[in-house]
Structures are given as C-alpha cells and as structure tokens.
Write a protein that binds this ligand. Structure first.
Ligand code: PNS
Length: 171
C-alpha cells in the first residue's frame, strides 16, 4: 500500500541498476531540501537489468537506512501518475554534464505537459561523480576494473556475487 506522507514530497526516479555514489550524492542533497524524498525504482519489463527489482530495492533500503526522510519504493507506468498517487509536486533528477541536458529537458517538458503542476528540479552532483554512470560501473567491473569509491560498499559486494557477471567477464 502506498504510504501517505505529509509535507513537501519529492520523487527521485530512475533505474538504479546499480545504485552509484552519484545517486547517493543527489539523494543527500535532495534530502536537505524536501521533507520527504522517495527513491522510486522503475519496474520496466522491457529491460533485462543486472539486478532484480527486489535486489535494487533491498540495496537502496540498506544504503539509505540512516536517512529518516528517504523512502524507497517501486513504480510502474507513467511517472506523473505515480507522483500524483504519492502527492508529490517535485521530480528530482541529477544533471552530470551537458550531454544529460537534452534527455532531461525532454523528460521534464513531457512530464510538465502531462502534469503541469509537477516541477522537475535538476541537481548537480559532486564533481567526482560527473562522469559516473550505472552503465560504466557495470562495464568496468565486468572487465576487471576497480569501482571502489564509485558505488556503495554493498553494491561492490553484490556486483562480486552476481552470477550474471561470471566468466568470460569475471575472473
Ligand atoms: O535512470 P533512468 O533510466 O535515466 O530513469 C529514467 C526514468 C525512470 C526516470 C524514466 O524512464 C521514467 O520516468 N519512466 C517512467 C515512464 C514515463 O513516465 N515515461 C515518460 C517520461 S517523459
């Protein structure tokens, strides 16, 4: 059942496959601006993720355990419908570089067309994370590179345990 929160609620939606320290950085910044920030993991049957929805939810719950105004949830379908159900007025997204801008602007303006009262807030992560993406983390790790400092320790452990990254990728 969807929890009803009181106060200014922001949704931080994404795939989070896996959660990176760039995502964590944005959540930490967002949690100071809003009463509640909901990490909303998209259930997308068309994609074949490395980590299942249950694994990504569990990882995010563990990582944000010490942050009382951060909630982890999943959603399907349109983000604007989910935001309405959660009574959220703000979507938070990270903006790493100019290359992100076009995609983020398209999404923000489409979401505004669908739901004019919903604002998108784009937040810049700390500089060390401006080149960081979940895709690169998976690629570097699968090819034997170190992702230390780029993802939470729990994600590093789960990457090592993940059978989908077995040889020929993982030694
Ligand atoms: O981490 P990602 O993959 O960049 O996140 C993309 C996400 C989940 C924010 C976006 O795909 C999304 O909102 N999907 C839900 C479906 C939807 O509302 N699509 C229209 C968005 S303009």
């Amino acid at each position: 059942m969807t929890r009803k929160r009181i106060g200014r609620i922001a949704i931080y939606p994404g795939t989070f496959d896996p959660l990176t320290n760039g995502h964590v950085d944005i959540i930490q910044r967002g949690s100071t601006l809003f009463d509640w920030i909901v990490v909303a993991i998209l259930i997308n049957p068309d994609k074949s993720p490395l980590f299942s929805i249950a694994e990504r939810t569990e990882i995010a719950n563990c990582v944000f355990d010490g942050m009382p105004n951060v909630e982890v949830d999943t959603f399907e379908g349109l983000l604007v419908d989910y935001a309405k159900r959660r009574n959220a007025k703000v979507i938070v997204r990270g903006l790493r570089a100019v290359s992100d801008f076009e995609y983020e602007m398209q999404m923000a303006l489409m979401n505004r067309r669908l739901s004019p009262d919903l604002e998108t807030v784009l937040m810049m992560p700390s500089e060390p994370y401006t080149y960081l993406s979940s895709r690169l983390v998976k690629e570097v790790f699968a090819l034997g590179g170190s992702v230390e400092g780029l993802v939470p320790g729990l994600v590093e452990k789960r990457l090592a345990d993940n059978s989908k990254l077995l040889p020929p990728f993982k030694e």
